[in-house]
Design a binder for this molecule. Structure first.
Ligand code: FDA
Ligand code: NAD
Length: 435
Protein backbone atom coordinates (compact mmCIF):
# COMPACT_ATOMS: atom_id res chain seq x y z
CA UNK A 1 0.00 0.00 0.00
CA UNK A 2 1.23 3.52 -0.81
CA UNK A 3 2.67 5.49 2.07
CA UNK A 4 0.42 8.05 3.80
CA UNK A 5 1.83 11.55 4.07
CA UNK A 6 0.74 14.20 6.51
CA UNK A 7 1.15 17.98 6.32
CA UNK A 8 -0.01 20.99 8.28
CA UNK A 9 -1.01 22.74 5.07
CA UNK A 10 -1.79 21.23 1.68
CA UNK A 11 -2.48 23.19 -1.50
CA UNK A 12 -4.27 21.07 -4.09
CA UNK A 13 -3.52 22.44 -7.55
CA UNK A 14 -0.17 23.80 -8.68
CA UNK A 15 -0.99 26.87 -10.74
CA UNK A 16 -0.78 30.61 -10.20
CA UNK A 17 -2.68 30.75 -6.90
CA UNK A 18 -0.65 27.84 -5.47
CA UNK A 19 2.65 29.50 -6.35
CA UNK A 20 1.72 32.83 -4.81
CA UNK A 21 0.29 31.10 -1.72
CA UNK A 22 3.62 29.27 -1.28
CA UNK A 23 5.48 32.57 -1.44
CA UNK A 24 3.18 34.12 1.17
CA UNK A 25 3.58 31.09 3.46
CA UNK A 26 7.35 31.40 3.21
CA UNK A 27 7.16 35.17 3.95
CA UNK A 28 4.99 34.56 7.00
CA UNK A 29 7.24 31.80 8.35
CA UNK A 30 7.10 28.12 7.56
CA UNK A 31 8.79 25.13 9.16
CA UNK A 32 10.30 22.49 6.85
CA UNK A 33 7.75 19.82 5.91
CA UNK A 34 4.71 21.86 6.93
CA UNK A 35 3.50 22.70 3.41
CA UNK A 36 2.90 20.54 0.35
CA UNK A 37 1.68 21.52 -3.11
CA UNK A 38 0.04 18.68 -5.02
CA UNK A 39 -0.26 19.27 -8.76
CA UNK A 40 -1.16 17.12 -11.71
CA UNK A 41 1.16 19.22 -13.88
CA UNK A 42 4.76 18.10 -14.26
CA UNK A 43 6.32 21.50 -13.59
CA UNK A 44 6.27 23.87 -10.61
CA UNK A 45 3.75 26.74 -10.60
CA UNK A 46 4.24 29.12 -13.52
CA UNK A 47 2.60 32.27 -14.83
CA UNK A 48 -0.17 30.76 -16.98
CA UNK A 49 -0.68 33.93 -19.09
CA UNK A 50 2.68 33.26 -20.80
CA UNK A 51 1.15 30.21 -22.53
CA UNK A 52 -0.94 32.30 -24.91
CA UNK A 53 1.78 34.90 -25.48
CA UNK A 54 5.57 34.35 -25.40
CA UNK A 55 5.50 30.56 -25.06
CA UNK A 56 3.82 30.05 -28.44
CA UNK A 57 5.84 32.63 -30.34
CA UNK A 58 8.08 30.36 -32.44
CA UNK A 59 10.50 33.13 -33.47
CA UNK A 60 11.06 34.52 -30.01
CA UNK A 61 9.95 31.82 -27.60
CA UNK A 62 9.67 32.38 -23.85
CA UNK A 63 10.61 29.16 -22.08
CA UNK A 64 10.64 27.81 -18.57
CA UNK A 65 12.19 28.57 -16.12
CA UNK A 66 11.72 32.13 -17.43
CA UNK A 67 8.10 32.37 -16.31
CA UNK A 68 7.91 30.44 -13.07
CA UNK A 69 5.88 32.37 -10.50
CA UNK A 70 6.36 35.06 -9.29
CA UNK A 71 8.02 36.45 -12.46
CA UNK A 72 4.74 37.92 -13.69
CA UNK A 73 4.48 40.43 -10.86
CA UNK A 74 8.17 41.30 -10.79
CA UNK A 75 8.91 38.86 -7.95
CA UNK A 76 11.61 36.22 -7.49
CA UNK A 77 11.29 33.22 -9.81
CA UNK A 78 10.48 30.14 -7.75
CA UNK A 79 12.69 27.42 -9.23
CA UNK A 80 12.32 23.84 -7.93
CA UNK A 81 15.28 24.67 -5.67
CA UNK A 82 13.30 27.53 -4.07
CA UNK A 83 10.69 25.05 -2.82
CA UNK A 84 13.46 22.80 -1.42
CA UNK A 85 15.17 25.70 0.32
CA UNK A 86 11.87 26.77 1.84
CA UNK A 87 11.06 23.26 3.07
CA UNK A 88 8.02 23.02 0.79
CA UNK A 89 7.23 19.62 -0.71
CA UNK A 90 6.32 19.88 -4.39
CA UNK A 91 4.37 16.78 -5.32
CA UNK A 92 4.09 16.98 -9.12
CA UNK A 93 2.47 14.77 -11.75
CA UNK A 94 -0.05 13.73 -9.11
CA UNK A 95 -3.78 14.13 -9.60
CA UNK A 96 -6.04 14.16 -6.58
CA UNK A 97 -9.12 12.11 -7.43
CA UNK A 98 -10.87 12.12 -4.07
CA UNK A 99 -11.19 14.63 -1.27
CA UNK A 100 -12.80 13.60 2.02
CA UNK A 101 -13.08 16.91 3.82
CA UNK A 102 -14.61 15.41 6.98
CA UNK A 103 -11.64 13.04 7.33
CA UNK A 104 -9.19 15.74 6.09
CA UNK A 105 -7.81 13.32 3.55
CA UNK A 106 -6.92 13.49 -0.15
CA UNK A 107 -6.33 10.49 -2.39
CA UNK A 108 -4.32 10.53 -5.62
CA UNK A 109 -4.99 8.60 -8.83
CA UNK A 110 -2.34 6.08 -7.80
CA UNK A 111 -3.89 5.60 -4.35
CA UNK A 112 -1.49 7.81 -2.37
CA UNK A 113 -3.11 9.29 0.72
CA UNK A 114 -2.39 12.81 1.96
CA UNK A 115 -3.63 14.16 5.30
CA UNK A 116 -3.82 17.85 6.10
CA UNK A 117 -4.83 20.17 8.91
CA UNK A 118 -5.63 23.08 6.58
CA UNK A 119 -6.47 22.72 2.89
CA UNK A 120 -6.20 25.36 0.18
CA UNK A 121 -8.17 24.37 -2.91
CA UNK A 122 -6.54 25.95 -5.97
CA UNK A 123 -7.62 23.69 -8.82
CA UNK A 124 -8.34 26.50 -11.32
CA UNK A 125 -10.43 25.96 -14.44
CA UNK A 126 -10.66 23.49 -17.27
CA UNK A 127 -11.59 24.34 -20.83
CA UNK A 128 -15.10 23.95 -22.19
CA UNK A 129 -14.92 21.45 -25.07
CA UNK A 130 -16.87 21.48 -28.30
CA UNK A 131 -17.76 17.86 -27.59
CA UNK A 132 -19.64 19.23 -24.52
CA UNK A 133 -22.04 20.81 -27.05
CA UNK A 134 -22.14 17.62 -29.14
CA UNK A 135 -20.25 19.15 -32.11
CA UNK A 136 -19.68 16.35 -34.61
CA UNK A 137 -16.04 15.41 -35.36
CA UNK A 138 -14.68 17.54 -32.50
CA UNK A 139 -12.18 14.84 -31.51
CA UNK A 140 -10.26 15.06 -34.82
CA UNK A 141 -6.46 15.43 -34.71
CA UNK A 142 -5.10 19.01 -34.72
CA UNK A 143 -8.05 20.49 -32.85
CA UNK A 144 -6.44 22.17 -29.84
CA UNK A 145 -7.42 23.78 -26.55
CA UNK A 146 -5.07 25.79 -24.36
CA UNK A 147 -4.94 25.57 -20.59
CA UNK A 148 -1.73 23.86 -19.49
CA UNK A 149 1.87 23.58 -20.62
CA UNK A 150 1.27 20.22 -22.36
CA UNK A 151 -1.49 21.80 -24.46
CA UNK A 152 0.87 24.61 -25.48
CA UNK A 153 3.63 22.11 -26.39
CA UNK A 154 1.25 20.19 -28.66
CA UNK A 155 0.16 23.42 -30.32
CA UNK A 156 3.73 24.60 -30.88
CA UNK A 157 4.59 21.29 -32.56
CA UNK A 158 1.53 21.47 -34.80
CA UNK A 159 2.25 25.10 -35.78
CA UNK A 160 5.72 24.05 -36.82
CA UNK A 161 4.50 21.04 -38.82
CA UNK A 162 1.72 23.07 -40.49
CA UNK A 163 3.93 26.09 -41.19
CA UNK A 164 2.20 28.56 -43.55
CA UNK A 165 -0.99 26.50 -43.26
CA UNK A 166 -4.55 27.52 -42.45
CA UNK A 167 -5.77 27.97 -38.88
CA UNK A 168 -9.35 28.42 -37.72
CA UNK A 169 -9.87 29.90 -34.26
CA UNK A 170 -13.22 29.09 -32.70
CA UNK A 171 -14.28 31.65 -30.07
CA UNK A 172 -13.93 35.41 -29.85
CA UNK A 173 -12.92 35.80 -26.21
CA UNK A 174 -9.50 36.04 -24.56
CA UNK A 175 -8.11 32.85 -26.06
CA UNK A 176 -9.59 33.64 -29.48
CA UNK A 177 -8.03 37.09 -29.68
CA UNK A 178 -4.63 36.20 -28.18
CA UNK A 179 -4.24 32.96 -30.17
CA UNK A 180 -5.29 34.50 -33.48
CA UNK A 181 -2.54 37.05 -33.07
CA UNK A 182 0.02 34.37 -32.12
CA UNK A 183 -0.92 32.20 -35.10
CA UNK A 184 -0.65 35.15 -37.47
CA UNK A 185 2.72 36.16 -36.04
CA UNK A 186 3.78 32.54 -36.68
CA UNK A 187 2.76 32.97 -40.35
CA UNK A 188 -0.42 30.93 -40.45
CA UNK A 189 -3.46 32.10 -42.37
CA UNK A 190 -6.07 32.79 -39.70
CA UNK A 191 -9.88 32.84 -39.63
CA UNK A 192 -11.76 33.59 -36.40
CA UNK A 193 -15.32 32.33 -35.88
CA UNK A 194 -17.65 33.42 -33.09
CA UNK A 195 -21.38 33.60 -32.53
CA UNK A 196 -21.70 37.13 -31.15
CA UNK A 197 -22.01 40.39 -33.14
CA UNK A 198 -18.59 41.50 -31.84
CA UNK A 199 -15.55 40.01 -30.12
CA UNK A 200 -15.09 39.74 -26.35
CA UNK A 201 -18.68 40.74 -25.59
CA UNK A 202 -18.31 39.99 -21.90
CA UNK A 203 -16.08 43.05 -21.59
CA UNK A 204 -15.87 45.02 -24.83
CA UNK A 205 -18.48 47.51 -25.99
CA UNK A 206 -19.28 47.53 -29.72
CA UNK A 207 -17.00 50.57 -30.02
CA UNK A 208 -14.00 48.91 -28.36
CA UNK A 209 -14.51 45.72 -30.35
CA UNK A 210 -14.69 47.55 -33.67
CA UNK A 211 -11.12 48.81 -33.13
CA UNK A 212 -9.75 45.29 -32.47
CA UNK A 213 -11.73 43.74 -35.32
CA UNK A 214 -10.45 46.45 -37.68
CA UNK A 215 -6.88 46.02 -36.46
CA UNK A 216 -7.04 42.22 -36.85
CA UNK A 217 -8.57 42.58 -40.33
CA UNK A 218 -5.69 44.91 -41.30
CA UNK A 219 -3.28 42.21 -40.14
CA UNK A 220 -4.97 39.85 -42.60
CA UNK A 221 -7.15 37.92 -40.15
CA UNK A 222 -10.49 36.87 -41.57
CA UNK A 223 -13.38 37.30 -39.10
CA UNK A 224 -16.62 35.31 -39.39
CA UNK A 225 -19.26 36.46 -36.91
CA UNK A 226 -22.74 35.33 -35.96
CA UNK A 227 -22.21 31.61 -36.43
CA UNK A 228 -20.56 28.63 -34.73
CA UNK A 229 -18.60 25.54 -35.67
CA UNK A 230 -21.20 22.82 -36.17
CA UNK A 231 -18.86 20.00 -37.23
CA UNK A 232 -15.47 19.01 -38.64
CA UNK A 233 -14.39 16.80 -41.50
CA UNK A 234 -11.03 15.03 -41.55
CA UNK A 235 -8.42 13.78 -44.03
CA UNK A 236 -7.33 10.14 -44.30
CA UNK A 237 -4.96 10.59 -41.31
CA UNK A 238 -7.81 11.66 -39.07
CA UNK A 239 -6.54 15.25 -39.06
CA UNK A 240 -8.99 18.11 -39.24
CA UNK A 241 -9.43 19.33 -42.81
CA UNK A 242 -12.57 21.46 -42.77
CA UNK A 243 -14.74 23.34 -40.29
CA UNK A 244 -18.43 23.18 -41.10
CA UNK A 245 -20.25 26.26 -39.89
CA UNK A 246 -23.84 26.30 -38.70
CA UNK A 247 -24.76 28.80 -41.43
CA UNK A 248 -23.76 26.25 -44.09
CA UNK A 249 -20.35 27.67 -45.01
CA UNK A 250 -17.16 25.61 -44.70
CA UNK A 251 -13.62 26.75 -43.91
CA UNK A 252 -10.46 24.81 -44.80
CA UNK A 253 -8.26 24.17 -41.76
CA UNK A 254 -4.91 22.53 -40.98
CA UNK A 255 -5.21 23.53 -37.32
CA UNK A 256 -8.20 24.50 -35.20
CA UNK A 257 -7.90 26.27 -31.88
CA UNK A 258 -10.89 26.40 -29.61
CA UNK A 259 -11.44 28.97 -26.86
CA UNK A 260 -15.11 28.82 -25.91
CA UNK A 261 -14.77 29.43 -22.19
CA UNK A 262 -13.63 27.72 -19.03
CA UNK A 263 -15.27 26.07 -16.02
CA UNK A 264 -13.99 25.96 -12.45
CA UNK A 265 -12.72 22.52 -11.35
CA UNK A 266 -14.75 21.82 -8.24
CA UNK A 267 -15.89 18.22 -8.71
CA UNK A 268 -13.60 17.02 -5.86
CA UNK A 269 -15.62 19.09 -3.40
CA UNK A 270 -19.16 18.49 -4.73
CA UNK A 271 -21.69 17.90 -1.99
CA UNK A 272 -19.17 18.80 0.71
CA UNK A 273 -18.73 22.57 0.29
CA UNK A 274 -21.35 25.25 -0.29
CA UNK A 275 -21.28 26.53 -3.87
CA UNK A 276 -22.36 29.78 -5.47
CA UNK A 277 -22.25 31.06 -9.05
CA UNK A 278 -20.44 27.95 -10.21
CA UNK A 279 -17.62 28.19 -7.67
CA UNK A 280 -16.90 27.36 -4.04
CA UNK A 281 -18.50 30.01 -1.85
CA UNK A 282 -16.04 31.80 0.43
CA UNK A 283 -15.96 34.69 2.86
CA UNK A 284 -13.66 37.70 2.53
CA UNK A 285 -10.75 35.54 3.77
CA UNK A 286 -11.39 32.75 1.23
CA UNK A 287 -12.66 30.41 3.91
CA UNK A 288 -15.29 28.00 2.58
CA UNK A 289 -18.30 26.60 4.43
CA UNK A 290 -16.10 23.74 5.70
CA UNK A 291 -13.75 24.51 8.60
CA UNK A 292 -10.05 24.63 7.63
CA UNK A 293 -10.83 24.53 3.92
CA UNK A 294 -10.01 27.59 1.80
CA UNK A 295 -10.63 28.17 -1.91
CA UNK A 296 -8.49 30.57 -3.98
CA UNK A 297 -8.10 31.69 -7.58
CA UNK A 298 -10.57 30.83 -10.34
CA UNK A 299 -12.69 28.47 -8.20
CA UNK A 300 -13.58 30.93 -5.42
CA UNK A 301 -16.88 32.84 -5.39
CA UNK A 302 -16.10 35.59 -2.91
CA UNK A 303 -17.68 38.82 -1.67
CA UNK A 304 -16.62 41.63 -3.99
CA UNK A 305 -16.81 44.34 -1.35
CA UNK A 306 -16.67 47.23 -3.82
CA UNK A 307 -19.90 46.13 -5.54
CA UNK A 308 -21.50 44.36 -2.58
CA UNK A 309 -21.94 41.19 -4.63
CA UNK A 310 -20.62 37.62 -4.72
CA UNK A 311 -18.37 37.16 -7.76
CA UNK A 312 -15.97 34.70 -9.32
CA UNK A 313 -12.99 36.04 -11.26
CA UNK A 314 -10.97 34.06 -13.84
CA UNK A 315 -7.91 36.30 -14.06
CA UNK A 316 -4.36 36.15 -12.84
CA UNK A 317 -4.27 39.26 -10.63
CA UNK A 318 -7.06 37.88 -8.45
CA UNK A 319 -5.43 34.42 -8.38
CA UNK A 320 -2.31 36.03 -6.91
CA UNK A 321 -4.09 38.34 -4.48
CA UNK A 322 -6.67 35.81 -3.24
CA UNK A 323 -3.81 33.39 -2.48
CA UNK A 324 -1.97 36.01 -0.44
CA UNK A 325 -5.15 37.00 1.39
CA UNK A 326 -5.99 33.40 2.34
CA UNK A 327 -2.50 32.66 3.67
CA UNK A 328 -2.41 35.91 5.65
CA UNK A 329 -5.81 35.01 7.14
CA UNK A 330 -4.67 31.47 8.03
CA UNK A 331 -1.51 32.72 9.73
CA UNK A 332 -3.31 35.55 11.55
CA UNK A 333 -5.98 33.17 12.85
CA UNK A 334 -3.27 30.90 14.29
CA UNK A 335 -2.09 33.85 16.36
CA UNK A 336 -5.60 34.85 17.36
CA UNK A 337 -5.39 37.93 15.14
CA UNK A 338 -7.47 39.14 12.24
CA UNK A 339 -6.73 40.90 8.97
CA UNK A 340 -8.77 43.34 6.85
CA UNK A 341 -11.41 41.90 4.50
CA UNK A 342 -10.46 41.32 0.85
CA UNK A 343 -11.32 44.48 -1.03
CA UNK A 344 -10.63 43.67 -4.65
CA UNK A 345 -10.68 46.05 -7.60
CA UNK A 346 -11.15 43.89 -10.72
CA UNK A 347 -8.16 44.15 -13.05
CA UNK A 348 -8.00 42.41 -16.43
CA UNK A 349 -5.49 42.88 -19.23
CA UNK A 350 -4.44 41.41 -22.52
CA UNK A 351 -1.67 41.73 -25.07
CA UNK A 352 -1.71 40.79 -28.76
CA UNK A 353 0.40 41.98 -31.71
CA UNK A 354 1.74 45.39 -30.57
CA UNK A 355 -1.42 46.08 -28.63
CA UNK A 356 -1.88 46.11 -24.89
CA UNK A 357 -4.95 47.03 -22.87
CA UNK A 358 -5.92 47.21 -19.24
CA UNK A 359 -9.34 47.35 -17.60
CA UNK A 360 -10.22 48.19 -14.01
CA UNK A 361 -13.53 48.15 -12.19
CA UNK A 362 -16.96 47.11 -13.40
CA UNK A 363 -18.31 47.18 -16.96
CA UNK A 364 -21.95 48.05 -16.35
CA UNK A 365 -23.94 51.22 -17.02
CA UNK A 366 -23.57 53.85 -19.73
CA UNK A 367 -20.34 54.11 -21.67
CA UNK A 368 -18.24 56.96 -23.02
CA UNK A 369 -15.40 56.39 -25.48
CA UNK A 370 -12.43 58.67 -25.93
CA UNK A 371 -9.14 58.92 -27.83
CA UNK A 372 -7.79 57.71 -31.16
CA UNK A 373 -9.43 54.39 -31.99
CA UNK A 374 -8.60 54.30 -35.68
CA UNK A 375 -7.25 50.77 -36.32
CA UNK A 376 -4.91 52.24 -38.95
CA UNK A 377 -3.41 54.77 -36.55
CA UNK A 378 0.37 54.21 -36.07
CA UNK A 379 0.01 54.53 -32.29
CA UNK A 380 -3.62 54.05 -31.29
CA UNK A 381 -4.54 55.17 -27.78
CA UNK A 382 -8.17 55.10 -26.74
CA UNK A 383 -10.40 54.04 -23.94
CA UNK A 384 -13.83 53.79 -22.48
CA UNK A 385 -15.42 54.69 -19.17
CA UNK A 386 -18.48 53.02 -17.62
CA UNK A 387 -20.80 55.26 -15.63
CA UNK A 388 -23.48 53.99 -13.28
CA UNK A 389 -25.79 56.16 -11.18
CA UNK A 390 -23.70 59.23 -11.91
CA UNK A 391 -20.40 57.65 -10.91
CA UNK A 392 -17.50 56.45 -12.99
CA UNK A 393 -17.06 52.79 -12.05
CA UNK A 394 -15.03 51.19 -14.84
CA UNK A 395 -12.20 52.24 -17.16
CA UNK A 396 -10.54 50.61 -20.16
CA UNK A 397 -7.40 51.87 -21.88
CA UNK A 398 -5.54 50.63 -24.95
CA UNK A 399 -1.95 51.74 -25.36
CA UNK A 400 -1.62 53.47 -21.99
CA UNK A 401 1.65 54.31 -20.28
CA UNK A 402 2.23 52.84 -16.79
CA UNK A 403 1.21 56.20 -15.26
CA UNK A 404 -1.96 56.39 -17.34
CA UNK A 405 -2.89 52.83 -16.42
CA UNK A 406 -2.39 53.72 -12.75
CA UNK A 407 -4.68 56.70 -13.26
CA UNK A 408 -7.53 54.63 -14.71
CA UNK A 409 -7.13 52.13 -11.85
CA UNK A 410 -7.44 55.00 -9.40
CA UNK A 411 -10.64 56.41 -10.92
CA UNK A 412 -12.22 52.95 -11.02
CA UNK A 413 -11.41 52.58 -7.34
CA UNK A 414 -12.41 56.07 -6.18
CA UNK A 415 -15.55 56.23 -8.38
CA UNK A 416 -15.71 60.01 -8.92
CA UNK A 417 -19.03 61.66 -9.80
CA UNK A 418 -19.64 62.45 -13.45
CA UNK A 419 -21.66 65.63 -14.08
CA UNK A 420 -22.00 65.27 -17.85
CA UNK A 421 -21.23 62.44 -20.26
CA UNK A 422 -20.47 65.02 -22.96
CA UNK A 423 -17.86 66.74 -20.85
CA UNK A 424 -16.39 63.38 -19.83
CA UNK A 425 -16.16 62.38 -23.47
CA UNK A 426 -14.32 65.64 -24.30
CA UNK A 427 -11.96 65.35 -21.32
CA UNK A 428 -11.21 61.70 -22.13
CA UNK A 429 -8.10 60.32 -20.51
CA UNK A 430 -7.29 63.63 -18.82
CA UNK A 431 -10.36 63.13 -16.60
CA UNK A 432 -8.51 60.17 -15.04
CA UNK A 433 -4.99 61.59 -15.08
CA UNK A 434 -5.98 64.82 -13.30
CA UNK A 435 -7.47 62.94 -10.30
P1 FDA B 1 -4.56 27.56 -12.49
O1 FDA B 1 -5.29 27.04 -13.67
O2 FDA B 1 -3.45 28.50 -12.71
O3 FDA B 1 -3.96 26.32 -11.68
C1 FDA B 1 -4.74 25.20 -11.32
C2 FDA B 1 -3.81 24.04 -11.13
O4 FDA B 1 -4.50 22.98 -10.47
C3 FDA B 1 -3.26 23.45 -12.42
O5 FDA B 1 -1.89 23.22 -12.27
C4 FDA B 1 -4.03 22.12 -12.55
O6 FDA B 1 -3.31 21.15 -13.25
C5 FDA B 1 -4.15 21.74 -11.10
N1 FDA B 1 -5.20 20.78 -10.77
C6 FDA B 1 -6.51 20.84 -11.12
N2 FDA B 1 -7.17 19.78 -10.60
C7 FDA B 1 -6.26 19.04 -9.94
C8 FDA B 1 -6.33 17.83 -9.19
N3 FDA B 1 -7.48 17.17 -9.04
N4 FDA B 1 -5.19 17.35 -8.65
C9 FDA B 1 -4.01 18.01 -8.79
N5 FDA B 1 -3.89 19.16 -9.48
C10 FDA B 1 -5.00 19.67 -10.03
N6 FDA B 1 -5.43 36.10 -16.86
C11 FDA B 1 -5.09 37.42 -16.93
O7 FDA B 1 -5.50 38.19 -16.06
N7 FDA B 1 -4.29 37.87 -17.94
C12 FDA B 1 -3.83 37.05 -18.91
O8 FDA B 1 -3.12 37.50 -19.82
C13 FDA B 1 -4.19 35.67 -18.86
N8 FDA B 1 -3.76 34.81 -19.82
C14 FDA B 1 -4.13 33.49 -19.78
C15 FDA B 1 -3.71 32.63 -20.78
C16 FDA B 1 -4.11 31.30 -20.79
C17 FDA B 1 -3.64 30.38 -21.87
C18 FDA B 1 -4.96 30.82 -19.77
C19 FDA B 1 -5.40 29.39 -19.78
C20 FDA B 1 -5.38 31.68 -18.76
C21 FDA B 1 -4.97 33.01 -18.75
N9 FDA B 1 -5.39 33.90 -17.76
C22 FDA B 1 -5.01 35.22 -17.81
C23 FDA B 1 -6.19 33.42 -16.64
C24 FDA B 1 -5.30 33.06 -15.44
O9 FDA B 1 -4.17 32.36 -15.90
C25 FDA B 1 -6.08 32.24 -14.43
O10 FDA B 1 -7.15 33.03 -13.96
C26 FDA B 1 -5.19 31.78 -13.30
O11 FDA B 1 -4.19 30.92 -13.76
C27 FDA B 1 -6.01 31.09 -12.21
O12 FDA B 1 -5.15 30.60 -11.24
P2 FDA B 1 -5.52 29.29 -10.42
O13 FDA B 1 -4.34 28.98 -9.55
O14 FDA B 1 -6.86 29.45 -9.82
O15 FDA B 1 -5.67 28.15 -11.51
P1 NAD C 1 -14.00 33.55 -22.83
O1 NAD C 1 -15.14 33.41 -21.90
O2 NAD C 1 -13.14 34.76 -22.76
O3 NAD C 1 -14.57 33.53 -24.31
C1 NAD C 1 -15.43 32.54 -24.75
C2 NAD C 1 -15.91 32.92 -26.13
O4 NAD C 1 -16.37 31.73 -26.72
C3 NAD C 1 -17.10 33.84 -26.23
O5 NAD C 1 -16.76 35.18 -26.29
C4 NAD C 1 -17.71 33.41 -27.55
O6 NAD C 1 -17.19 34.19 -28.59
C5 NAD C 1 -17.21 32.06 -27.77
N1 NAD C 1 -18.18 30.97 -27.89
C6 NAD C 1 -19.02 30.47 -26.96
N2 NAD C 1 -19.64 29.38 -27.46
C7 NAD C 1 -19.18 29.21 -28.72
C8 NAD C 1 -19.42 28.25 -29.73
N3 NAD C 1 -20.29 27.26 -29.54
N4 NAD C 1 -18.73 28.38 -30.88
C9 NAD C 1 -17.86 29.37 -31.08
N5 NAD C 1 -17.59 30.28 -30.14
C10 NAD C 1 -18.25 30.20 -28.99
O7 NAD C 1 -13.15 32.20 -22.70
P2 NAD C 1 -11.75 31.78 -23.34
O8 NAD C 1 -11.29 32.80 -24.30
O9 NAD C 1 -11.93 30.38 -23.80
O10 NAD C 1 -10.78 31.79 -22.10
C11 NAD C 1 -10.74 30.68 -21.20
C12 NAD C 1 -10.24 31.11 -19.83
O11 NAD C 1 -8.92 31.61 -19.90
C13 NAD C 1 -11.07 32.20 -19.18
O12 NAD C 1 -11.11 31.93 -17.82
C14 NAD C 1 -10.25 33.44 -19.42
O13 NAD C 1 -10.48 34.42 -18.42
C15 NAD C 1 -8.85 32.90 -19.35
N6 NAD C 1 -7.92 33.71 -20.17
C16 NAD C 1 -7.72 34.99 -19.81
C17 NAD C 1 -6.86 35.77 -20.54
C18 NAD C 1 -6.64 37.20 -20.13
O14 NAD C 1 -7.13 37.60 -19.08
N7 NAD C 1 -5.88 37.97 -20.91
C19 NAD C 1 -6.19 35.24 -21.64
C20 NAD C 1 -6.44 33.91 -21.99
C21 NAD C 1 -7.31 33.15 -21.24
Amino acid sequence: MAEEKSFKYVIVGGGVAAGYAAREFSKQGLKPGELAIISREQVPPYERPALSKGYINLENKATLPGFYVCAGSGGEKQFPQWYKENGIELILDTEIVKADLAAKTLVSGTGQVFKYQTLLAATGSSVTRLSDFGVQGADAKNIFYLRELDDADELVTAMDVKKNGKAVVVGGGYIGLELSSALKVNNLEVTMVYPEPWCMPRLFTAGIASFYEGYYANKGINIVKGTVAAGFSTNSNGEVAEVKLKDGRTLKADIVIVGVGARPIISLFKGQVEEEKGGLKTDAFFKTSVPDVYAIGDIATFPMKLYNEMRRVEHVDHARKSAEQAVKAIKAAEEGKSIPEYDYLPYFYSRAFDLSWQFYGDNVGETVMFGDNDPKSPKPKFGSYWIKEGKLIGAFLEGGTPEENKAIAKVARTQPSVESLNVLSKEGLSFATKI
